[in-house]
Ligand binder design. Structure first.
Ligand SMILES: [Zn+2]
Length: 239
């Protein structure tokens, strides 16, 4: 989603260098013993992108985390000779530049809905936590209610208890392989997001007292599946 078109910085410039040696004397029998003069002609050609500002608008910039103005740029590729744009040879990908942070975004960013994105992310944490509680045999009304409290406090929302109950039913009927599920569903999380998941797992269990060694080991195991290292997981468990 987030990319900076190479055209903008002209990094995409393809340079083809043609060394073309030719004799200056066209008719050369060289009988006079004179060697033909040789010249070196170097032709440099390639393509270069030019950005044209074509429109303006407002959007939600995930980097600024707020509404911002944007400039819509159209990229046109030019055939270049000696790095001088000669004629247009087609269109590159359009992009939007944030007026706040100057980040270039694909036009898809206009469909980005921060609220929906956040809700989906919370629902994902919830599913993973429910699956974990079932896995360690601690899916009780007390741990489920503490899962709700943890999510409510972390994200400043009010999770529906029926939503959590629904996740329990789904997990029980589908019984997905927990490691595969953790790996697949945490791919888009950064380290911070993964550490947060560890925190949610731990705090949901703590309502019934300190974690057993076997539960700690399971959290470390699952954390590693998401790509975290033991030294990133342990401080959360020790906290
Ligand atoms: Zn921005």
């Amino acid at each position: 989603m987030n990319h900076r078109p190479a055209e903008r910085t002209a990094q995409k410039t393809v340079v083809n260098v043609v060394h073309h040696h030719y004799a200056l004397k066209k008719s050369g029998t060289y009988d006079d013993g004179e060697k033909p003069d040789r010249g070196l002609c170097m032709i440099i050609y390639g393509t270069k992108g030019k950005s044209i500002h074509v429109a303006d608008g407002d959007f939600f910039c995930p980097r600024c985390n707020s509404e911002q103005d944007y400039k819509h740029f159209q990229v046109k590729n030019y055939f270049t000779l000696y790095f001088i744009p000669v004629f247009p040879i087609g269109k590159g990908e359009d992009y939007l530049e944030c007026g706040g942070c100057k980040q270039a975004w694909s036009q898809d960013i206009l469909h980005y809905d921060p609220v929906a994105e956040m809700e989906e992310s919370i629902a994902n944490y919830q599913r993973l936590a429910v699956l974990f509680l079932l896995d360690v045999g601690r899916c009780t009304s007390s741990t489920l209610s503490s899962l709700k409290d943890v999510l409510d406090e972390l994200f400043e929302i009010d999770v529906e208890k029926s939503d959590i109950a629904n996740d329990v039913k789904m997990a029980q009927s589908a019984s997905p392989e927990i490691k595969k599920f953790f790996k697949a569903e945490t791919q888009e999380l950064d380290v911070e997001g993964k550490v947060l998941l560890i925190q949610i797992l731990k705090q949901s269990l703590e309502s019934e007292g300190p974690l057993h060694n076997s539960e700690q080991r399971r959290i470390i195991e699952l954390g590693k599946v998401t790509g975290l290292r033991a030294k990133q997981i342990q401080p959360v468990l020790d906290a």
